[in-house]
Design a protein around this ligand. Structure first.
Ligand SMILES: *Cc1c(COP(=O)(O)O)cnc(C)c1O
Length: 463
């Protein structure tokens, strides 16, 4: 017997000679036996190739570029649970510091009295902002001896998390419909939807569909007028998922935050333009009294008295620690420069798309008006055989994910395409994309599209 034969079981097989290679990975049933981790790791990693390249995903608002320091911090904190505040007191302190920094960035009138928390993302943050709004309204109605069984909420064209909020908590959602000539909630439109049962108005700083900011200040002014006329005071929550980490750096004159007294809460995604890794959101209230006491739970089973008001319990702490690192490491200067570069790239894309003559740019990445994104549609007289679903599908063959989708409500005849410019989408990369866009137009000139793709058949995209 050779030495190899004798020690065969203690030799590591080569990955591609292993028995696992001869069969598919199990899809429905847990295997009975253990396997070599290296082999399974390789096969799982290989499956992930089909996901495409996150950096070429121009649909997402979320971070896809993370510096090595963030990888190091995430690794270091992989087993820290942010909810165990007694066990990880310094992590809890770091979360508090982030809340303080944000309250200052968002112009809290009295930082000591503002309150907030980290969340999994904006969705959880919006749920909390919405719930607080609902409970404040309910308490007020109760005190006045009025009916509180028909709450409604008024919004512009919102992200899906607000549809969830309304359905999960049984609140009537009055979403001011998008019109072909007005792709956001204008104060005039809003006024038709508010009444005494309105728990609050949600405005979005960076609409999902176009990237444009809603006019928070004008909405607040209209609500001031409404209060003068009717005596009804309606609160505002700003969904600043993207804009909350952009406007403080790139639109300093814009009034949208706690500078406006009517704004009672603000939510934002740390993992979007906060530059933190996935799984980080924030919600802040202007004053501790704006977060109803009945939403706060006091628990002591982890040691110490701890107040919690998130929806989730256990959650990884690395995202919060990374957020703190980024706030410190980049400072106002770093965030401003990174975001300005993104706006610059977005504007470059908008002007190049304009030059092609067949597209109409609906939003061009103006830092005073919205987020670093470009949204466009085909011109009515474009005289092309393809639609934007075909166009998106063809771009995908070079790895670019540029979603095409129709706008909501009364603007649903308009099909648009949108590019999100995040940290990591450099002007150089954008110029390569423009070359591919030109090639695609040429391709469709010689390969006429006979049957256009429908929204369903096109690249699936959810907001
Ligand atoms: C992304 C987004 C959300 C949801 O945020 P997540 O962090 O993905 O949970 C909510 N509102 C707006 C405006 C968004 O852009």
């Amino acid at each position: 017997m050779s030495l190899y034969e004798k020690n065969k079981d203690s030799f590591n097989e080569s990955i591609f000679s292993s028995h696992n290679i001869g069969s598919e990975l199990s899809k429905y049933k847990m295997p009975e036996k253990e396997s070599d981790p290296n082999v399974i790791l390789e096969l799982v990693k290989d499956e992930l190739f089909l996901d495409g390249n996150a950096r070429q995903n121009l649909a997402t608002f979320c971070q896809t570029f993370l510096p090595k320091e963030v990888h190091e911090l995430m690794d270091l904190s992989i087993s820290k649970n942010m909810i165990d505040k007694d066990e990880y007191p310094q992590t809890a302190e770091i979360e508090r510091r982030c809340v303080h920094i944000l309250s200052q960035l968002w112009h809290s009138p009295d930082e000591a009295k503002s309150i907030g928390t980290s969340t999994v993302g904006s969705s959880e943050a919006c749920m909390l902002g919405g719930l607080a709004m609902y409970h404040r309204w309910k308490a007020k109605r109760k005190k006045e001896g009025k009916d509180y069984s028909h709450p409604n909420m008024v919004t512009g064209p919102v992200q899906i998390c607000w549809h969830k909020f309304a359905r999960y908590w049984d609140i009537e959602l009055r979403e001011v419909p998008m019109e072909e000539d007005c792709l956001y909630m204008s104060p005039e439109h809003m006024e038709k939807y508010i009444d005494e049962n309105t728990i609050g108005v949600v405005t979005t700083l960076g609409l999902t569909f176009t990237g444009a900011y809603e006019p928070v200040e004008d909405i607040c002014k209209a609500l001031d007028e409404y209060e003068k006329k009717t005596g009804l005071s309606i609160d505002v929550h700003v969904d600043g998922a993207s804009g909350g980490f952009l406007a403080p750096f790139c639109a300093k004159d814009l009034k949208w935050d706690f500078t406006l007294p009517r704004v009672k809460s603000i939510s934002a995604s740390g993992h979007k333009f906060g530059l933190a890794p996935l799984g980080c959101g924030w919600v802040l209230w202007r004053d501790i009294s704006d977060l109803p006491e009945n939403l706060i739970f006091h628990v002591n089973y982890l040691g110490g008295d701890m107040s919690v008001f998130q929806l989730n319990f256990s959650r990884p702490a690395g995202q919060i620690i990374s957020q703190y690192f980024l706030l410190l490491r980049l400072g106002v200067e770093g965030y401003t420069k990174i975001h300005q570069n993104c706006y610059h790239t977005a504007q470059y894309l908008a002007s190049e798309l304009n030059k092609l003559g067949i597209f109409e740019v609906l939003y061009d990445g103006n830092p005073e008006k919205g987020i670093p994104a470009v949204t466009w549609k085909l011109k009515k007289d474009a005289k092309v055989t393809f639609n934007l679903y075909d166009f998106a599908d063809k771009l995908r063959s070079r790895g670019w994910q540029v979603p095409a989708y129709s706008l909501p409500a009364h603007a649903d005849k308009i099909v648009v395409q949108r590019i999100l410019v995040r940290q990591g989408v450099s002007l150089d990369m954008a110029s390569l994309l423009i070359e591919d866009i030109k090639r695609t137009i040429e391709y469709f000139k010689t390969h006429e599209v006979v049957t256009n793709l429908t929204a369903k058949e096109g690249t699936a995209f959810s907001h």
